[in-house]
Ligand binder design. Sequence first.
Ligand code: PFF
Length: 447
Amino acid sequence: MSQREQWSSKLGFILAAAGSAIGLGAIWKFPYTAGQNGGGAFFLIFILFTLLLGLPLLLAEFSIGRSAQSNAVDSYKKIAPGTKWHWVGILGMITSFILLSFYSVVGGWIVVYLYKAVTGGMNGLTSEQYGELFGATISNPGLSVFVQFLFILMTILVVAKGVQNGIERASKIMMPALFVLFIILVIRAVTLDGAMEGITFLLQPDFSKVTSQTILEAMGQSFFTLSVGVSVMVTYSSYLPKDQSLPRSAGSIVAMNIFIVLLAGLAVFPAVFSFGLEPGAGPVLLFNVLPTIFNQLPFGMLFFIAFLVLFLFAALTSAFSMLEIIVSVISKGDPALRKKWSWIIGLAIFAFGVPSALSYGVLSDVIIFGKTIFDLADYTVSNVLLPIGALLIALFIPIKMKKTALYEELKRGSGLKKGLFETWYFLIRFIAPILIIAVMLDVLGIL
Ligand code: PFF
């Protein structure tokens, strides 16, 4: 077998892992989920879960990937040969498959907006008109499926080319640019009339609104935004040279993510309240609010177009990681197989995702467990599959990996202090499994 590909620079890995993490989760999913769950309390619980569970788990996936230097399934096989632990990786592949099937629907929505903004169809409308325009767009079956296909096609083309060439290059400019535009957007949003109400909604916790469902969704959101529980980060860190600090990489990815989540909240909620929109509007929230805020800026449509390009890029870098984890297992590093399987798996995900794309239009009456097909896929991934994946990874570490070897892995290139290592180990060994199981039992009404 040829030598394994490696990231061409230290920055390359951070950018790709951060690229996987930062995406629709922080920018699209966080605002609508927070909006449905009362705002401030959800935000606070989300931050707590991110620090207590998300960060340690991210580090856990990094340690597994770099120790084993293999893909999401073989990494577990290498560390725990002859056991069933590699099913954690297979579960990750299934999760990723379902995830990309609805993620691509939202990716498609960005593509439509971009097209409409560039062709001048989004100039100077009122917030109601934007809402109507978006509603008409996503209920149009041909269009929704077509743009979903375009999004998947872009993902396939990049993943088929391979890790190094495909993913790494563009992130260096796009990510910082996204941060800058977001800051401009936030400044505009928080200076709108009545913005204060939105800021209070996001930052002032109201615990009377917290239910076990809120807690589960905050936990799911924290895994979702960090791409944790799928073994995507196992796969990515397996390409990483041995001399790079894993804790520092994990820390900076978490910090960037929390920052983007905060910016997204501070852009969306002031505008929602200022324009008299409904914070609990669901997955359409961001798309209804964004054009209205940009409309209030000088050269708003230009900014809007730039934002959509960067947002699309952020969504794509996450989508790459979802397809990558599946393709890297099946192709085992062979470039010809990689190409073939990127197409096969990508098109299969597209086919599986078509009902999600149609669930705002012709299939809107299909309700399963009280949810549309799109919502069901989103809910199952975020609140069932990701927590189960995360739980299994947390169990794998103390059961199958030697503590001393873990310390060596985490210390490499970072000089990690023993005390911090012990804290991490404690969080993974006790806190993570107990919390995840408790939250799930609580929702099922057993606890
Ligand atoms: N973290 C990505 C986002 O927030 O958009 C979503 C994601 C990517 C989740 C890859 C899980 C994953 F394995």
